[in-house]
Design a protein around this ligand. Structure first.
Ligand code: NAG
Ligand code: NAG
Ligand code: NAG
Ligand code: NAG
Ligand code: NAG
Ligand code: NAG
Length: 304
């Protein structure tokens, strides 16, 4: 009985020791921003000469302190000039100055103390870092070339981690759409383009939803199926407006010249501004047929 109790105690102590030695925390930080990791351990200043401190990740030394050694000689090349020195007045913390997606992972802080002529580990602390990059506000384009179908594309840029795309139509989730996700090999950030085709038989209230990690972005799209009338949906395309004004000004100039040449015949001036409306509509249709930028057939959505 006593022996069983003793071995249980030993097991418990071993277990607690394991839990303590693998203590740590989790952090989420944004790309291009700094992140500070605490080692959760303080060493009195006069004791520093008896200690060695290592911050490391995946076998590479991120930042270090060892008495009599130059820090630059201890750090691995990818981390040179990317972190601040270990702060002995603040729990042996370090700061990574400008995060990249590649900095995601687990950082270990290891503290060794000189005991009886040998360095022994006295503290270990893990910081798990997750990186986030905010996707750009989704942009939407509508191809109205086909009189029976709207081809609607929703795009967003430079986010992390990998996103999932959802489409809702009047509150119902759509299942048929094509999504292309592209990851930049250098920055590891994602671009996403998703295209859906919808019958032009009714008015539409679509939502394009982009989810990544615990975050999401959405865009509401309302399209009116109002045959006969000029389409006045909310997607204002800047080139349309610009070309409208260019044509308007051009017509005004021509008109003014005509009026100066024949000042006495002022008729027809009021009816002229209708002409550029038609021209601008044609321009818009052309503009919308442009193929999607930056799409690479690297991955297709599960929802196709
Ligand atoms: C780190 O910064 C120093 C001083 O600005 C510079 O001389 C050195 O070349 C840099 N090292 C690396 C690897 O960028
Ligand atoms: C060091 O960490 C401890 C425990 O997390 C905390 O209570 C203390 O405020 C920290 N000290 C400094 C100087 O940040
Ligand atoms: C998806 O892609 C396939 C093959 O390219 C195409 O036939 C289909 O029309 C596309 N569907 C949508 C909703 O874009
Ligand atoms: C669009 O209309 C066609 C023909 O009426 C029909 O077969 C198809 O199921 C419709 N698609 C959707 C998404 O409503
Ligand atoms: C679509 O919206 C327009 C303008 O609000 C309206 O006149 C038309 O009746 C609607 N059509 C349908 C099918 O709901
Ligand atoms: C988008 O649509 C949803 C659902 O219809 C609504 O709850 C939300 O307020 C809308 N957002 C905007 C910006 O209109």
């Amino acid at each position: 009985m006593a022996q069983t109790g003793l071995s249980t105690l030993i097991l418990l102590v071993t277990y607690l020791g394991f839990v303590c030695s693998s203590s740590g925390e989790t952090q989420i930080a944004r790309v291009n921003e700094p992140a500070t990791f605490s080692c959760n351990y303080n060493i009195p200043k006069k004791e520093m000469a008896n200690h060695r401190i290592y911050w490391q990740k995946a076998g590479k030394v991120v930042q270090a302190y060892a008495p009599g050694k130059k820090v630059e000689d201890l750090i691995d090349l990818p981390y040179v000039n990317r972190t601040t020195p270990i702060d002995s007045s603040n729990n042996l913390s370090i700061t990574i100055l400008s995060l990249q997606v590649a900095d995601e992972g687990t950082y270990e802080c290891i503290v060794q103390k000189l005991i009886g002529g040998q360095y022994q580990r006295v503290h270990k602390y893990d910081v798990k870092l997750s990186i986030r990059a905010d996707f750009s506000d989704p942009s939407v384009s509508v191809n109205e070339e086909d009189p029976s179908i709207w081809r609607i594309t929703c795009s967003s840029r430079n986010g992390y981690p990998q996103p999932n795309i959802f489409w809702m139509n009047n509150g119902k989730e759509l299942t048929s759409f094509n999504t292309t996700i592209f990851q930049d090999p250098a920055t590891r950030l994602y671009n996403v383009d998703s295209e859906v085709h919808v019958n032009r038989t009714t008015n539409l209230s679509l939502i394009c939803l982009i989810k990544y990690s615990d975050f999401q972005l959405s865009k509401n799209i309302t399209l009116k199926n109002d045959p006969g009338a000029v389409s006045t949906h909310q997607l204002i395309i800047i080139p349309t407006v610009i070309s409208f004004f260019i044509f308007f000004i051009a017509i005004m100039c021509v008109n003014r010249r005509n009026c100066q040449l024949c000042k006495k015949q002022k008729a027809g001036f009021n009816s002229v501004p209708q002409a550029p409306t038609v021209v601008a509509k044609e321009e818009k249709a052309e503009d919308l047929v442009l193929p999607l930028p930056h799409v690479e057939p690297t991955a297709a959505s599960d929802y196709v």
